[in-house]
Design a protein around this ligand. Structure first.
Ligand code: SF4
Ligand code: ZN
Length: 312
């Protein structure tokens, strides 16, 4: 198998593009896909300060790597969830990447440790307030990323969601006709006057397999194991189903998700989006000042409940 572009030996085939690439041409392809995503969705420019949400996994570290190599000003935030060995290993991988790859570009790593602020790791915290671990985790991560982005004056927050993540999420939302979530599936959610930072997903044109290959070929040392809390998650089932469809018919995931984005972009598709309706109802949390549709934001409510339960 030879590289479609330069005819030397290929290291990866991409059936959905009917192509195969050597390492250099594959790296060019990955950078080009990220560049197209940034441009088509008007995500950010060369002068903007970007905060990348890193977890230690292949996608977020690959995103940080690509943005730095493309010349963007990209710092990162890692939230240590306090999930035993998993958090220890992922934290170490992020620090190693930061020291060896990011720091020479002048990039900075911010770290937030859940245990330090809440007095317990994410699992204990979720048990204390009787909520599922992943929804507790979601509230904390959203809150901390927004807080750091606003406090440190970043122009935009970038996450490592890839094509597989977005297609699986879309499938889940469509299967249950969760229209309120469909509005929020855009790879570019603008900042709101009420205090939400702009959020973008520059990897939405690249698949999980392509990002794993990018990380391996570029010697990015990432945590291979998934978060232990993800076992049995419905998204994994949706990913399996989509992988089966992709094998039978290459290009299915891209056609599904990018077709959705095309339809969403048409002005008649959604005159007032749910995100816009939500924004209209936002005001500062009376405890911390971050935006919320209630009097007190869900993060502050969660922390207050955790304090009550740990004291009793
Ligand atoms: Fe958080 Fe759940 Fe994802 Fe683990 S699987 S990182 S607990 S949302
Ligand atoms: Zn609050």
């Amino acid at each position: 198998m030879n590289c479609t572009k330069c005819k030397t030996r290929a290291v990866i085939d991409l059936p959905r593009h009917n192509a195969a690439f050597c390492k250099d041409c594959f790296n060019y392809y990955v950078h080009d896909q990220v560049g197209r995503a940034i441009k088509s969705e008007k995500m950010f420019g060369k002068d903007d300060r970007i905060l990348v949400a890193v977890s230690g996994g292949k996608d977020s570290l690959a995103l940080w790597d690509v943005l730095l190599k493309m010349g963007y000003k990209a710092d990162a935030l890692y939230v240590n969830l306090g999930i035993g060995g998993y958090s220890e290993v992922s934290h170490a991988k992020v620090v190693k990447f930061s020291d060896t790859v990011a720091a020479p570009h002048g990039a900075v790593l911010h770290v937030h440790t859940v245990e330090q602020e809440a007095g317990a790791g994410i699992r204990e915290l979720a048990m204390l307030i009787h909520r599922p671990t992943c929804s507790t985790c979601g509230t904390i991560k959203r809150y901390q990323f927004n807080r750091v982005a606003l406090e440190q004056k970043y122009d935009v927050m970038a996450t490592g969601h890839n094509l597989d993540d977005e297609a699986a999420r879309l499938l889940g939302n469509v299967l249950r006709w969760q229209e309120e979530y469909l509005d929020k599936q855009s790879p570019n959610l603008p900042a709101s006057l009420d205090g939400f930072a702009k959020k973008v997903k520059p990897l939405f044109r690249l698949s999980e397999r392509e990002l794993a290959a990018y990380s391996v070929l570029n010697r990015i040392d990432y945590i291979v194991e998934e978060c232990p809390m993800s076992k049995g998650a419905r998204t994994l089932l949706y990913k399996e189903v989509l992988n089966r469809l992709e094998t039978e018919s290459p290009g299915t995931k891209q056609a599904f998700y990018c077709g959705f984005l095309d339809k969403q972009r048409k002005p008649e598709a959604s005159p007032t989006t749910m995100a816009e309706k939500d924004q209209a109802m936002l005001h500062p949390c009376t405890t911390c000042g971050q935006p919320t549709t209630a009097e007190i934001c869900s993060y502050c409510k969660m922390m207050a409940r955790a304090k009550v339960h740990s004291a009793s």
